[in-house]
Write a protein that binds this ligand. Structure first.
Ligand code: AP5
Ligand code: MG
Length: 214
């Protein structure tokens, strides 16, 4: 099964994608995570990604299409994948359709996670992850069971994203409304668009997604 999780910054795409990896053996393909890995490696592309992400703007379509094209050609996605953060423009959606057709792959569901802008800033600025295994947490909504210790790996170091500040989030939200939201009618016209209430608590959002996949 191949899915897209679509929603604004902080909608819960990463949170739900990681759950679906665990429960359904799907592979999470997060373009944001891929770009952050490029930033960590350094080099000219990493530097470009660092600057664009820090500004809350979008990376060029051609580059993102190339990255995803390579990724979905690898054998580990055979059991299905969850696109998290891609496509982000209508041009990316069109390119994805062409790539899937070429590979004989199908898009089963595009799931829109609907959340009002007002809560997104709080979600994003409160977010942090385990530095060792990457498990996600939130200052108020998803704390580790033992304070300062990762539930998954026992790690005690945590990190926050450079673009998770109120100013950049506002730009990222603007980009979502201008560039990414126009994808919704694109998928609606193709009959694959489903919507979940991203305002509900994390477990309830998981239940709504599971109901769509069942
Ligand atoms: P990316 O990494 O994709 O960031 P984003 O889209 O802004 O989304 P986030 O990762 O911030 O949010 P999320 O929906 O994953 O939320 P999460 O589950 O963490 O992209 C970063 C940048 O890379 C972009 O700005 C752009 O520059 C570039 N980029 C990436 N892809 C690109 C592309 N295709 N084209 C061009 N440029 C691209 O949840 C957030 C927090 O809320 C967490 O702490 C979580 O615990 C909590 N939470 C989650 N769900 C709930 C809930 N239901 N109730 C309460 N709290 C919740
Ligand atoms: Mg994410």
């Amino acid at each position: 099964m191949n899915l897209i999780l679509l929603g604004p910054p902080g909608a819960g795409k990463g949170t739900q994608a990681r759950r679906l990896e665990d429960t359904r053996g799907l592979v999470q393909l997060s373009t944001g995570d891929m770009l952050r890995a490029m930033v960590a490696e350094g080099g000219p592309l990493g530097q470009q990604a660092k600057e664009i992400m820090a500004a809350g703007k979008l990376m060029p379509d051609a580059l993102m299409v190339e990255i995803i094209g390579e990724r979905i050609s690898k054998p580990d996605v055979a059991n299905g994948f969850i696109l998290d953060g891609f496509p982000r423009t209508v041009a990316q959606a069109e390119a994805l359709d062409a790539m899937l057709a070429e590979k004989g792959l199908k898009l089963n569901h595009v799931i829109e996670m609907r959340v009002v802008d007002a809560v997104l800033v709080e979600r994003v600025t409160g977010r942090y992850t385990c530095a060792k295994c990457g498990k996600g947490y939130h200052d108020s909504f998803e704390k580790p069971k033992v304070e300062g210790v990762c539930d998954s790996c026992g790690g005690t170091e945590f990190k926050r994203r450079a673009d998770d500040n109120a100013e950049t989030v506002t730009t990222r939200l603007g980009q979502y409304h201008q560039q990414t939201a126009p994808i919704l009618p694109y998928y609606e016209a193709r009959g694959v668009l489903k919507t979940v209430d991203g305002m509900a608590d994390i477990d309830e959002v998981t239940r709504q997604i599971e109901a769509i996949l069942a």
